[in-house]
Design a protein around this ligand. Structure first.
Ligand SMILES: *Cc1c(COP(=O)(O)O)cnc(C)c1O
Length: 346
């Protein structure tokens, strides 16, 4: 199977399994796990922040961040298709009791002007806005990179209005590589940043939240409250540490493969995609006739797994389990599915 459903399907490599097998461990709830401590120190340094805390998932790091920055009844501002709003099970309402105000972006990106326009005037009738969340790269935006200059302008608006700024950086590694911007430069405008090790980096489990000592101290309390305090967590943190040290640069292969895939399927009649929209490892494309669900299912029968993400939209995510030769097979199979099911003439 050429599995392009997500970069989360990646499995640990033999070398990563070796690192996991030999990792020293301890009880991390007591702060005793040397591997978790090493991972947290490494990721904090890489992102240029004072502290980091390891958690089981990116959903938990995001949701803990919201709770760190808000009290029930507060408002947060985020893009209308943000992962935090779209894919976290209603967490902002259930876990932090916050209102979500949505800004409609362009492929996930909005500007400082969009933010300024969305702010309430100072008046006790309105909810108290505390936090702005950005996503880089933007998942439903098709792996779109958030331009650093736009982030800096948004951060300036946040400072002027006493708002905190959180980054959902599940795929920050991809943005850094594609834009040639360091992790610490991209993280600098933010109070907290969530990063995932279990996406394109290929570690089996885990994410980290980074920020100031005070914010991360408070985050540890909410991680515990949510049941995210883990014991010999070095067993999984070792995979994350290995991935950080050895797999960041290989994301370039995924980006090249995504571009090749986009250029290949752009030639096919019945498929709509602009290869210039593909900036990292996510390829979103549209069907002109066949419903997305049907194409996904038929492609599955041809040995290519992709996800339908809308009535006419599909998503393919390149990853370390899929090589160049396999990617070159995908347009061939898409074309064969579409050709064997010609559009009905009405
Ligand atoms: C995957 C992802 C997350 C976190 O997902 P988990 O599966 O909970 O680790 C958060 N934000 C974005 C943009 C993501 O793509």
């Amino acid at each position: 199977m050429i599995d392009l459903r997500s970069d989360t399907i990646t499995q640990p490599t033999p070398a990563m399994r070796e690192a996991i097998a030999h990792a020293p461990v301890g009880d991390d709830v007591f702060g005793d796990d040397p591997t978790v401590n090493e991972l947290e120190a490494y990721v904090a340094r890489l992102l240029g922040k004072a502290a980091a805390v390891y958690m089981p998932s990116g959903t938990m790091t995001n949701e803990v961040a919201l709770r760190v920055h808000t009290e029930p009844g507060d408002e947060i501002i985020l893009e209308s298709e943000a992962h935090i709003y779209y894919y976290e099970g209603g967490g902002p309402a259930a876990l932090s009791g916050v209102m979500c105000k949505l800004i409609k972006g362009r492929k996930g990106i909005f500007t400082a002007e969009d933010l300024t326009r969305s702010l309430w005037p100072e008046d006790f009738h309105f909810p108290k806005t505390k936090l702005v969340c950005l996503e880089n790269t933007h998942n439903r935006g098709g792996g779109r990179i958030f331009p650093l200059s736009t982030i800096e302008e948004i951060a300036q608006v946040c400072r002027e209005h006493d708002l905190r700024l959180h980054l959902d950086g599940a795929r920050l590694w991809n943005a850094c590589l594609a834009a040639s911007i360091s992790e610490s430069t991209y993280a600098a405008p933010f109070d907290t940043v969530s990063v995932c090790f279990s996406k394109g980096l290929g570690a089996p489990i885990g994410s980290a939240l980074v920020g100031s000592k005070e914010h991360i101290h408070r985050a540890r309390r909410f991680r515990k409250l949510l049941g995210g305090g883990m014991r010999q967590a070095g067993m999984i943190a070792a995979g994350a540490l290995y991935a950080l040290r050895h797999h960041r640069n290989r994301l370039q292969d995924d980006h090249i493969n995504a571009k090749l895939l986009a250029e290949g399927i752009a030639q096919i009649e019945g498929i709509d995609i602009d290869p210039d929209d593909v900036q990292t490892n996510i390829v979103v494309f549209h069907t002109q006739t066949m419903p997305a669900q049907t194409l996904a299912q038929q492609l599955g029968e041809q040995g290519v797994a992709v996800l339908a993400v809308g009535p006419n939209s599909l998503r393919a995510v390149t990853n370390l389990m899929v090589n160049r030769e396999q990617i070159q097979q995908v347009p061939v199979r898409v074309e064969s599915v579409l050709r064997s099911h010609p559009a009905k003439v009405s």
